[in-house]
Design a protein. Structure first.
Length: 299
């Protein structure tokens, strides 16, 4: 009994539907293996908090990821399962997220008796910076950045809402703005108290003058700059944060295993070294290096 065209079509459809599942399983295995090797090298508990744009089901709808309650539940569980004498290494790549979830994670980190190290390969903004402040050491790529932790109310910075009330006569300010200003003042006070708790608990005294803590709080929480302002390694060090430059290569390998979803034309292309300029360049998936090809093998 032979196969017809219709049977071959359904077999092809079945294999096509199984291929993404197989690829996902493969990359999950590679992530687990790289994570285990790094954990064995460091003799620590390694936790990843990596937020990329991901795809929903087969529709490929992009969604922005950020720190959520689900993240805090998982990280708190990982910390709870870590023995007191085992250090924690947290690899961060995040734009920030919910204040409640961030504070829960940060408090759990400062309560852990052993050393806590945060690794930042690219960026840890807003709530990500808050988690970095909860560590004993921040290890960053030379080009990585942190960000301010000033509170935001809706689409507006709390500090900017207060400026409106300060610069306009009270009779010209509507009730809603006055209410927002009251909430803004409370939000800034709450964030400042929490950052002060983190710094006094975790910043090694030999690396920062305790008298400089208020300057750090003022720089990070008062809205002196925009919320997406990138705090470079140099600025973070000058500010007095315990920053070390230079990441283990395995962290870059781990980041490669969390690629952005593919789609459309490639937006970044390059030829990995060493390379031969005489070899032809082939198109590749988005965010991937251009693999070299042997001209003799091309038709």
């Amino acid at each position: 009994m032979g196969f017809g065209i219709g049977d071959l079509f359904w077999i092809f459809l079945l294999l096509s539907s199984l291929q993404p599942l197989w690829q996902r399983r493969q990359i999950e295995f590679r992530r687990f293996r790289a994570l285990r090797e790094f954990q064995q090298q460091r003799k620590s508990r390694v936790i990843l908090l990596i937020h990329r744009q991901e795809s929903i089901s087969f529709l490929g709808i992009p969604v922005s990821r950020y720190i959520t309650i689900e993240d805090s539940e998982q990280i708190l569980r990982a910390i709870r399962l870590t023995p007191p004498d085992v250090p924690i290494d947290l690899i961060l790549h995040t734009p920030g997220g919910l204040v409640l979830a961030t504070e829960q994670i940060a408090r759990a980190l400062i309560r852990h008796p052993s050393k806590v190290t945060v690794f930042v390969p690219h960026y840890a903004m807003s709530g990500g910076t808050m988690l970095a402040l909860a560590s004993d050491e921040i290890v960053m790529d030379a080009n990585a950045v942190l960000g301010p932790v000033d509170p935001q109310l809706g689409n507006f910075p709390a500090a900017s809402i207060l400026k409106v009330v300060e610069h306009k006569p009270i009779g010209e300010v509507d009730d809603q703005t006055l209410i927002m200003a009251d909430l803004s003042r409370k939000a800034i006070d709450q964030v400042q108290r929490f950052v002060r708790t983190l710094l006094k608990d975790t910043v090694p005294k030999q690396k920062v003058n305790p008298d400089n803590i208020e300057n750090i709080i003022d720089a990070l929480t008062t809205g002196r700059v925009t919320h997406d302002y990138p705090i470079t390694v140099e600025e973070a060090t000058e500010m007095g944060l315990p920053v070390t430059v230079g990441l283990p290569n395995v962290i870059y390998d781990l980041m490669d295993l969390y690629p952005q979803p593919q789609g459309g034309r490639p937006t970044v292309q390059y030829i990995p070294m060493p390379y031969d300029d005489r070899r032809p360049i082939l198109p590749t998936p988005k965010g991937r290096p251009l693999e070299e090809s042997n001209p003799s093998q091309m038709s």
